[in-house]
Design a protein around this ligand. Structure first.
Ligand SMILES: Nc1ncnc2c1ncn2[C@@H]1O[C@H](COP(=O)(O)OP(=O)(O)OP(=O)(O)O)[C@@H](O)[C@H]1O
Length: 310
């Protein structure tokens, strides 16, 4: 995908007042690349991510919705600015969009399997049920959840498990581009790393492009090699993570670089004593989390997995 000088605004109730959330951003994501989008709260990350996922290009969208008001935003070679609804819907079938609150958006009355399968039947109401079930099982397995959870309702799962279900749902149509907005929001540190590693391993196997949005540098640097930093709706850093933070000019990036140096200097290897490594002193629920994140068999690569350029 490619954004050239893209500006995005929100139309308020009063049509005179419009809020510019993103102002003149350039951003490219190559096929098969993972890019981290970093910035503090309110810097415009979700607005930009949503626009890339097709939420801001529609002609005549209503109040309170984002609207691309300048520049050009192309995904899979198609211009999103001013796109019609039907063309947008077709295009976004190739984009897996994990919204910030996607786990809370799971239907409480559908089982995990039904929630994950829902995009398949939205795309094609007459899709073969047996094939859909097989695809759902593959997706559940790929995000390292036990297949036994498929018949459960979302409220019977932990928040980390729900997040994985949301991820399975975002990936069920084998998108060529994944846009994941705060994919680890509300998840404790141990499970958080495992969710990120799951995305990285799926991306490695299926070779899709990904935009990973976070306000935490540790999240972005765990999964992406390239980072784009947003501040007040403009890009203040873009490049390989080490380069962006080596000698930054921007005040905000300088602050992040300093925090990164401090964090790194604090990380000292934990002493290990023979025979005492096995979860000693770890709370039972944490041990459970560790067990829950054990490596699973490699997910089967479904036919037709997206490899096309974004
Ligand atoms: N529906 C809306 N109407 C008007 N302004 C909005 C709307 N949604 C977001 N904004 C404003 O746009 C700006 C960017 O918001 P956005 O959600 O993109 O930031 P963010 O970097 O993703 O923040 P966070 O990390 O807190 O999610 C903010 O100033 C926000 O107040």
């Amino acid at each position: 995908m490619s954004a050239r000088d893209v500006s995005i605004r929100y139309r308020a109730n009063n049509t005179q007042s419009r809020f510019l959330a993103v102002g003149g951003v350039n951003l490219d994501i190559a096929a098969g690349e993972i890019v981290g989008l970093l910035g503090e709260s309110g810097s415009g990350k979700s607005t930009l991510a949503g626009a890339i996922a097709g939420e801001a290009g529609l002609i005549g969208s209503g109040e309170g919705t984002p609207e691309i008001c300048g520049g050009s935003l192309e995904v899979f070679g198609r211009e999103l600015r001013g796109i019609g609804r039907r063309r947008r819907d077709r295009l976004t079938l190739r984009i897996g969009y994990l919204r910030q609150d996607e786990a809370e958006r799971l239907s409480p009355i559908l089982t995990v399997a039904e929630n994950v399968a829902e995009p398949i039947f939205r795309r094609d109401r007459r899709f073969n049920v047996r094939e859909a079930n097989a695809a759902v099982a593959t997706a559940i397995d790929a995000v390292r959840l036990p297949l036994g959870l498929m018949s459960r309702l979302p409220h019977e799962l932990s928040s980390g498990q729900r997040q994985r279900v949301a991820l399975a749902r975002a990936l069920i149509l084998e998108p060529a581009l994944l846009v994941a907005d705060e994919p680890t929001r509300g998840i404790d540190a141990l499970v958080r790393d495992s969710v990120l590693d799951t995305i990285a391993s799926l991306q490695h196997d299926r070779v899709f492009s990904a935009l990973i949005v976070s306000s935490e540098l540790s999240v972005v640097s765990r999964i992406a090699s390239r980072v784009v930093v947003l501040q007040h709706g403009v890009v203040v850093g873009d490049g390989p993570i080490d380069e962006v933070f080596s000698d930054p000019e921007d005040y905000y990036v300088k602050g992040l670089a300093k925090a990164r140096r401090l964090e790194r200097s604090r990380v000292t290897p934990a002493p290990t004593h023979p025979g005492t490594e096995d979860h000693q002193g770890v709370q039972p629920e944490v041990v459970e989390s560790i067990a829950d994140t054990r490596p699973a068999p490699k997910p089967k690569k479904a036919p037709g997995a997206g490899r096309s350029a974004t």
